[in-house]
Ligand binder design. Structure first.
Ligand code: TMP
Length: 208
């Protein structure tokens, strides 16, 4: 019998509300030792170092190949140290982002469509068959999402600071590829409580 746990991933552009909804899920499921929350990039000490390297705004941008490979490296570390052991122990993993982010941001956002087959090969090598059981896309219009980010007033990451066209391409990538994973799309332009009601019900349904 396969006792691997569920692997739920939240995806979405800037200001889609992922952090808020995942925080609420953490509170709702506090004390459930069979549920592990994590995030990408990050989730391990080395992964958090890669996160700060990638997200800190800098004068000279890092190259797209370097950026892409670092995201996949952070993913490989997180898998080995956190996700795979948890799934093997039959736990549910809820991750803030996973592989679809690299397709949306590096392939679509950075306009490197010709590199999609290479990313797929690299992911097969580094990530193997660790495919999420449930992808949930919080789909936000970039104008709405970026306004939310700015209103938080806690500074912008190097990705937040990209122009609107970049964020529109990211959204396009998400919407094109979410169906590759049979994922669920939730309209995250709606008010927070409405989106939360959907998120809460969907996760309860998956976890059972
Ligand atoms: P966030 O956790 O606040 O969403 O920040 C992560 C940022 O990193 C976000 O702007 C999206 C970006 N990112 C990529 O560009 N590619 C990736 O593969 C991942 C996981 C994140």
């Amino acid at each position: 019998m396969d006792k691997r746990g569920k692997f739920i991933v939240f995806e979405g552009g800037e200001g889609s509300g992922k952090d808020t909804h995942i925080d609420r899920l953490k509170k709702k499921y506090a004390g459930r030792e069979d549920i592990v929350f994590t995030r990408e990039p990050g989730g391990t000490p080395q992964g958090e170092q890669i996160r700060s390297l990638l997200l800190t705004p800098r004068e000279r941008k890092i190259s797209v190949p370097r950026e892409l490979v670092l995201f996949v490296a952070a993913r490989a570390i997180l898998l080995e140290e956190v996700i795979l052991p948890a799934l093997a122990a039959g736990k549910t993993v809820i991750s803030n982002r996973f592989g679809l982010s690299t397709i949306a941001y590096q392939i679509y956002g950075r306009q490197c469509n010709e590199h999609l087959p290479m990313l797929q090969k690299l992911s097969a090598f580094a990530v193997g068959d660790a495919i999420p059981s449930d992808y949930i896309l919080l789909d936000v219009t970039p104008e709405v999402g970026l306004a939310r980010v700015r209103s938080r007033g806690d500074g912008l990451t190097s990705f937040d600071a990209e122009n609107l066209a970049f964020h529109n391409r990211v959204r396009e990538g998400y919407l094109k590829h979410i169906s590759d994973y049979n994922g669920l799309v939730i309209d995250a332009d709606r008010p927070l409580e409405e989106v939360w009601a959907t998120v809460e019900a969907e996760v309860a349904n998956i976890i059972g």
